[in-house]
Ligand binder design. Structure first.
Ligand code: ATP
Length: 690
C-alpha cells in the first residue's frame, strides 16, 4: 500500500472525526487495556506491516495537536503552529493537502486514531506516535520505554508547499513550495524580493514561533571538538581529480602552501587537520585566486573547510573589521544550505576556523524565533549562514544589507538550485544591493551535480568559473560498503529489527520516505526496546535539535530520518545507514549513505529493495554500486535490465556526468590515467602528506 492509500485512509479519518475529549481521557487511561479496541484498521502496510483485514485493529497512526507548523502565504516565510489546513508530504516534496474540519485540539486526533499519549518516560510529549493492532502478527503494545523519544507535534500540518514539479493539490496552498528537505519556500510567483507581513514569522495569523535555540558551548574544547580521520584518509590521494575551465591555479599539497594567516593555521591545527583532502587541495587555491567555483566531491571529504578557509583567509587579508552593533548589518559573506541542521553545522565550522579573529559568523534558520535571528545579526555579522526562507525574510525586514557581499556560497548547490530552492536563490541574487556576479565570488559545492543543474548554475557564476570534480560526479564514497537486500514491503520491519539487533548499539541512521513513516518506524523500534529517535520536517525545531543531540550523544543510537537529514550532516561514528525505503532519486541515495564512511572512516549502508516499487531506480543504483566497486547482486542486474531495457538510460537525467557540462576543458588533451590535468598530475604523483 502506497503513501497515496495511506493518505486517503487518514483523510477519511480526519473527515469523519468528531473531537471528543471525554474519549481522550478514557483512552489515555486504558491504553494498555487489551479489552479496549476501536474498530478501525491501522494502515500500516506502508510502514512494512502486513495488513490483516480480518481482525479489528487498535489504533492507527496518530498525530497531535495543531496542524501546520509552517506555512507560506504569498511571498512570506512563516512558522506557525496552526495554519488552518493540513498537508502531509513526503520529504522529497510529495505533498498532499488534507482539508481541515474544525479545530483539532491537542491529542484529539491522536486519540481518535487510537494513539496512546503520554506514556511515562516514553514518548516525549505524548503527542502522536502510532496505534496498535490487536492481533497476532501485527500485535504491538506501546510500552514504556525510557529511551523512546518520539513525538509528533504539528500533526499532519505543515507546509503549503508543493513538490519539485510545483504541482499543488488540496487546499490552502498558494503555490508555496515545500522543498525536499526543509525550508518553506514561497512560490507565489511574486517577483518582489520583499516579504509581506509583520509578525514574528512575517504574518499576523497563528501563534508566533518562540523557540530560541540554546547557544552552543563556547569553550575552546567544545569549539574544536572533532573526530578522528579514518584509516582510508590517505586513500583520498588516489582519487581522480579533474579541473576544468580556463587557467586554473595549481593545486596546493599542504596547508602551508595556502599561505594562510597565523590564526587560521592555529585553528586548523586545533581542529586536528593535518593534511588537505583532494577537494581542499584544488578548491582552496581556486578561491584564493578570486575565481568562481563549482566543486563536486564525495560525501564527507571536507568540502566545508574547502570554502571556509580561503574565504576567511581573504577576509583577513583584506583587513576585515569587526562589525559592531547596528540595526542593519552588511556581511561580507553569505552561506546558504538547504536544512537548518546543516546550516547550523556550517556555522559551527565557521566559528571554529574564525576563532580568535574579529570575524563574526552568525546563523539564522527557520523554526526559531525571528526576533532571535535579528538580535544575533544586530550584534555584528561578517559571515551570515542561513537557510533560504529565513534569509529572505530577514533581508525583507532590512536587517541585512547586501552591498558588501563578496562571497556567496551555495552548499549542497544542486539542491539549492533545483526547483525547490532555485527560485529563492534567483530572488536572492536579484535583491537590491546584491553585487552582480562580476563583483562577487560565487562558490558552489555538492557531492552531486546533475547536468541540468550545472546549466542553471551558469546564471549565478561568472562564465569563466572553474569546475573541480573529485572522483565521479554524483558517485558514492567508496568507504561506504553498500549492500542491497531484496526485501518486500511487508518484511521490512522484521528485517530492520533483525539488523538493528545484530549491530546492537552502533550508531545507525534509518531513512524512510515520509514523515509519517519516520514516526511510525521510530515508535515501533522503541517498542522493540531499541532506543530510537526521529527527525523530520513535521517535528518542531526544538524536537529536531533534541533528536540530533540524543543521536550524537549516543543516548539514542538509532535515528529514523527523512531526507531532511540526508545531506551534509556530519555526525561522529555513524557506522550504519539503512535505507528502509529507497529514495526517489539516486543522488539522494548517494547523500544518504554518505552520512557514514566520512573523512576516511569506514561505514556500511544497507538498502531494502522492494522489487515491486523500486525497479525504477535499479539502473542508476547499479551504476552507483559498480562505480564505487561494490558488489552488484545478480537479481538487481536482472531487474535493472528488464525494467528499462538494456543499457543505461538514466530515468532522471544524467547524474553521472563525470565532467563539467560546459565541455570546455582546459588541457582536455592532458588527462592521464590519474584523471588529473597534466599540470596537477606531477604534483599529485609526488605528493606526500607526511
Ligand atoms: N583536512 C582535513 N583533515 C581532517 N579532518 C577533516 C579535514 N577536512 C575535513 N575534515 C573533517 O571531515 C568531516 C567531513 O567534512 P565535511 O562535513 O566538510 O564533508 P563534506 O564533503 O561537506 O560532506 P557532505 O557531502 O556530506 O556535506 C568533518 O568532520 C570535518 O571536520
Amino acid at each position: 500500500m502506497g503513501d497515496e492509500d495511506w493518505d486517503t485512509e487518514i483523510q477519511d479519518r480526519v473527515a469523519s472525526f468528531v473531537p471528543d475529549f471525554q474519549q481522550l481521557d478514557n483512552f489515555s487511561g486504558r491504553a494498555n487495556d487489551p479489552s479496549f479496541s476501536c474498530n478501525q484498521s491501522i494502515n500500516s502496510a506502508d510502514a512494512g506491516v502486513r495488513p490483516n483485514r480480518s481482525q479489528p485493529m487498535r489504533g492507527g497512526f496518530g498525530t497531535g495537536r495543531s496542524f501546520g507548523n509552517r506555512a507560506s502565504l504569498g511571498n512570506k516565510f512563516e512558522e506557525r503552529s496552526s495554519s488552518g489546513f493540513e498537508r502531509e508530504s513526503t520529504e522529497d516534496g510529495q505533498s498532499r493537502a488534507l482539508s481541515r474540519r474544525g479545530g483539532f485540539q491537542e491529542g484529539s486526533y491522536s486519540e481518535n486514531l487510537g494513539t496512546r499519549r503520554g506514556v511515562a518516560g516514553g514518548f516525549r510529549g505524548g503527542r502522536g506516535g502510532f496505534g496498535q493492532s490487536q492481533n497476532n502478527e501485527n500485535e504491538q503494545r506501546v510500552q514504556q520505554s525510557g529511551s523512546a523519544f518520539i513525538s509528533r507535534r504539528g500533526g499532519f500540518g505543515g507546509p503549503t508547499g508543493d513538490n519539485d514539479s510545483n504541482r499543488s493539490r488540496g487546499f490552502g496552498s498558494k503555490g508555496g513550495y515545500r522543498g525536499y528537505n526543509e525550508e518553506v519556500i514561497a512560490g507565489s510567483g511574486r517577483s518582489s524580493w520583499k516579504p509581506h507581513g509583520e509578525t514574528e514569522s512575517g504574518d499576523n495569523q497563528g501563534p508566533k514561533v518562540t523557540y530560541v535555540p540554546p547557544p552552543p558551548p563556547d569553550n575552546e574544547e567544545a569549539i574544536f571538538a572533532h573526530y578522528q580521520t579514518g584509516i582510508n584518509f590517505d586513500k583520498y590521494d588516489t582519487i581522480l581529480v579533474e579541473v576544468s575551465g580556463l587557467d586554473p591555479p595549481p593545486a596546493i599539497l599542504t596547508f602551508e602552501e595556502a599561505n594562510l594567516c597565523q590564526t587560521l593555521n592555529k585553528n586548523i591545527a586545533k581542529a586536528g587537520y593535518l593534511k588537505l583532502t583532494p577537494v581542499q587541495k584544488y578548491s582552496i587555491p581556486v578561491i584564493l585566486a578570486g575565481r568562481d567555483l563549482m566543486a563536486c566531491a564525495q560525501t564527507g571529504s571536507g568540502k566545508t573547510a574547502a570554502f571556509l578557509l580561503p574565504i576567511l583567509a581573504h577576509m583577513m587579508k583584506d583587513g576585515v573589521t569587526a562589525s559592531h552593533f547596528r540595526e542593519q548589518q552588511e556581511p561580507e559573506c553569505i552561506i546558504v544550505a538547504p536544512t537548518r541542521e546543516l546550516i547550523n553545522q556550517i556555522f559551527l565550522e565557521a566559528r571554529k576556523f574564525s576563532y580568535g579573529t574579529c570575524i563574526r559568523p552568525v546563523v539564522i534558520y527557520g523554526g526559531t524565533q525571528t526576533g532571535h535571528s535579528i538580535r544575533q545579526i544586530k550584534q555584528g555579522c561578517n559571515i551570515l549562514c542561513a537557510t533560504p526562507g529565513r534569509l529572505m525574510d530577514i533581508i525583507g525586514k532590512e536587517k541585512i544589507g547586501l552591498r558588501k557581499v563578496r562571497y556567496l556560497v551555495l552548499d549542497e548547490a544542486d539542491r539549492m538550485l533545483d526547483m525547490g530552492f532555485g527560485p529563492e536563490m534567483k530572488k536572492l541574487i536579484s535583491c537590491p544591493g546584491m553585487p552582480s556576479k562580476d563583483r562577487r565570488q560565487t562558490l558552489m559545492f555538492s557531492a552531486t551535480f546533475p547536468e541540468e543543474i550545472q546549466r542553471l548554475a551558469g546564471e549565478f557564476l561568472k562564465p569563466e568559473y572553474l569546475f573541480v570534480a573529485v572522483g565521479q560526479v554524483g558517485g558514492a564514497c567508496s568507504d561506504v560498503q553498500q549492500t542491497i537486500l531484496q526485501v518486500s514491503q511487508y518484511s521490512k520491519r522484521e528485517k530492520l529489527v533483525e539488523i538493528l539487533q545484530s549491530i546492537r548499539d552502533e550508531r545507525t541512521m534509518v531513512f524512510v520516505e515520509t514523515k509519517k513513516k519516520a514516526d511510525f518506524i521510530a515508535t515501533f523500534l522503541c517498542q522493540e526496546k531499541i532506543p530510537t529517535t526521529s527527525i523530520h520536517g513535521d517535528r518542531e525545531q526544538r524536537e529536531r535539535e533534541e533528536a540530533l543531540g540524543d543521536f550524537r550523544s549516543g543516548k539514542c543510537p538509532v535515528l529514523v530520518a527523512t531526507s531532511v537529514a540526508a545531506r551534509g550532516l556530519d555526525i561522529e561514528n555513524v557506522q550504519h545507514v539503512i535505507n528502509f525505503d529507497l529514495p526517489s532519486t539516486i543522488d539522494e541515495y548517494v547523500h544518504r549513505i554518505g552520512r557514514t564512511g566520512r573523512c576516511g572512516n569506514i561505514g556500511k549502508a544497507i538498502t531494502f529493495f522492494d522489487s515491486v516499487s523500486d525497479s525504477h531506480i535499479a539502473q542508476p543504483l547499479l551504476k552507483v554500486l559498480s562505480d564505487a566497486q561494490q558488489e552488484v547482486p545478480s537479481w538487481l542486474e536482472e531487474i535493472a535490465f528488464s525494467a528499462h531495457g538494456t543499457g543505461f538510460s538514466n530515468p532522471r537525467g544524467n547524474i553521472f556526468a563525470s565532467v563539467d557540462t560546459r565541455k570546455t576543458y582546459q588541457g582536455k588533451d592532458s588527462m592521464n590515467a590519474g584523471g588529473l590535468t597534466m599540470s596537477y598530475t606531477a604534483r599529485a604523483a609526488d605528493e606526500s602528506w607526511d
